[in-house]
Design a protein around this ligand. Sequence first.
Ligand code: ATP
Length: 358
Amino acid sequence: MRIELRDITMKFDDVTAVDRLNVTINDAELVSLLGPSGCGKSTTLFMLAGLYKPTSGQLFFGEKLVNDIEPEHREIGMVFQNYALYPHMTVLKNIMFPLRMTKVPKKEAEERAIEMAKLVQIDHLLMRKPKQLSGGQQQRVAIARALVKQPKLLLLDEPLSNLDARLRLEMREEIRRIQQEVGITTIFVTHDQEEAMSISDKVLLMKDGKFQQFSPPQQMYDRPVNAFVGKFMGNPPINMIPVNYQPSNQSLHIKDTKNSLQLDKQLAIPNDSEKELLLGVRAEDFFVTDSEDNSITARVELVERIGRDTLLTATVGELKIRALLDPEQTTNSGDAIKLSIRKDRYHLFDAESGQNVA
Ligand code: ATP
């Protein structure tokens, strides 16, 4: 089912939790709602669920305006952070519960619940109670229960946050598999950018209730529309280097240093303005060079080997930057090195507005 949010706003007294959100989610897409704490993710999810009514704006499920439709008539399945399973019921009864509530005959309810249990691979645990299950297994029961009525929209509110690191990885792959098998439009709330990157067709990134960017994850990583998006996506975080743009020779002068870089992109700013910009470079887009040309002089502070990668922390003037080295390159703390940027692999943000200008 296609979901459309048109100018959706939610106010709680003087707090605008969601501010004029416009987004269309296509049928069968998995979209992550991502952003820092308090940005409005849960509020958006609750409006989709019908638990909150938007202060203004329109919410469409397919062609239907649903602002005034009660949660139980929205054909949604929901999985919460704490799973909210019924402790006194068996796994089978937990999964059957939504069907029994709508008076589906017991035999049919049982058959459909067993089918769901097979889909989420817990059909060998049907007679157990929730407390006899691991966190990942409980999660699977919650998903089966959310899907048993064949909803048109699945809402997941930080479903992996109670699991340990290894299980989180396993369960996010499982959620993706199940979602694709069922082909259900799914909205997944998370504050973990790596989780959002790995699981989604598209990511919706918000900040202070406001829309930032809605794109496939790789595009959000490669083409952030502003400095906030650039910083939020990726680990280690993107380096943000304050520079002055010098229109006379199309170069970037790194503030408080002697370093200058030649620009090989067209800027979306007036050509003659000596603007202050932020040069955004991801750690993997720096490389060590011998060339004086178009390189930045840096001093190595720390060299960390993390698995296959070597992560360098260096200073450029007063500024700390991080670079990922190619495996064959070696350097030691205290060394003076020159760093270049891979062709086209940088962004320029307006230092004031944060907008991406190149
Ligand atoms: P988190 O990741 O911490 O769960 P979130 O992105 O889900 O955060 P929301 O819970 O949607 O954020 O909250 C958005 C803003 O709205 C916050 O400033 C929050 O304090 C406020 N807010 C949320 N619910 C209410 C409420 N019922 N009454 C008043 N303010 C609220």
